[in-house]
Design a protein around this ligand. Structure first.
Ligand SMILES: C[S@@+](CC[C@H](N)C(=O)[O-])C[C@H]1O[C@@H](n2cnc3c(N)ncnc32)[C@H](O)[C@@H]1O
Length: 210
């Protein structure tokens, strides 16, 4: 299962202090990640896929899977009609698993949270499932995603309540007031892994970039 007790996976990642530690944890976890998350009933990719399909027309391209991991969403995006999706992740091990699925048009081993080497408006849509969470990426990662998403495009992301209450909600509200994004949809809070002990809920968000 995906927790500290068995393989130092998500529990260890939540507690990580430095990006290189997060990358190492996921490198070590990459081999069993898909099976572990499946056993835990992991919901974020499914929720994000549903939200994306509701707000972004079939064929919109290119998309960025930010914090793609092993590419769980990438497989489904390809099936549901989004033909050009790039993957970005801090963990080379996770990206190697994503590459093996042969659904991404490009792979970028990069860290969210700082400046990204992509042009303004480079992507028609961005999806980020299970990344804005404890020990991973905080609200500081959001502005660059907005910059690289084209006007009219959407950013679909999940945000854990811990972050939501520690500044994320306020930042989204401020971005709305500034007219930089419109909150197109926000789900009710839900537990991302019903099979796990961590019951802090997350929510799915759809931001349309102005
Ligand atoms: C819980 S996994 C989610 C992966 C995938 N989106 C999914 O839903 O299966 C979190 C992912 O975020 C990546 N990650 C954590 N911190 C990151 C950062 N600062 N920049 C880029 N990726 C990061 C990890 O390497 C890991 O692959």
């Amino acid at each position: 299962m995906a927790d500290d007790k068995d393989h130092g996976g998500l529990g260890a990642a939540y507690a990580a202090k430095r990006p290189e530690d997060v990358a190492a944890i996921y490198d070590n976890w990459s081999e069993t990640y898909d099976a572990d998350m499946s056993a835990a009933g992991y919901r974020h990719p499914t929720i994000c896929l549903a939200l994306l399909a509701r707000h972004l027309p079939r064929g919109a391209a290119p998309l960025l899977d930010a914090g793609a991991g092993t590419g769980l969403i990438g497989e489904w995006l390809a099936i549901t009609g989004y033909p050009m999706v790039e993957a970005l992740d801090i963990s080379q091990g996770m990206l190697a698993k994503a590459a093996a699925k042969r659904v991404y048009s490009a792979l970028h081993c990069l860290a969210l949270g700082g400046q990204l080497p992509f042009a303004d408006g480079a992507y028609a849509g961005i999806v980020s499932a299970g990344v804005f969470t404890s020990g991973h990426v905080g609200v500081e990662g959001l502005d660059e995603l907005i910059r690289i998403c084209r006007p009219g495009g959407v950013i679909v992301l999940t945000v854990k309540n811990t972050l939501w209450e520690a500044g994320f909600a306020a930042r989204i509200a401020a971005l709305e007031v500034q007219g930089r994004v419109v909150r197109a949809e926000e789900t009710a809070p839900y537990v991302s892994m019903p099979g796990e002990a961590d019951t802090v809920p997350s929510r799915g968000l759809v931001l349309r970039v102005a």
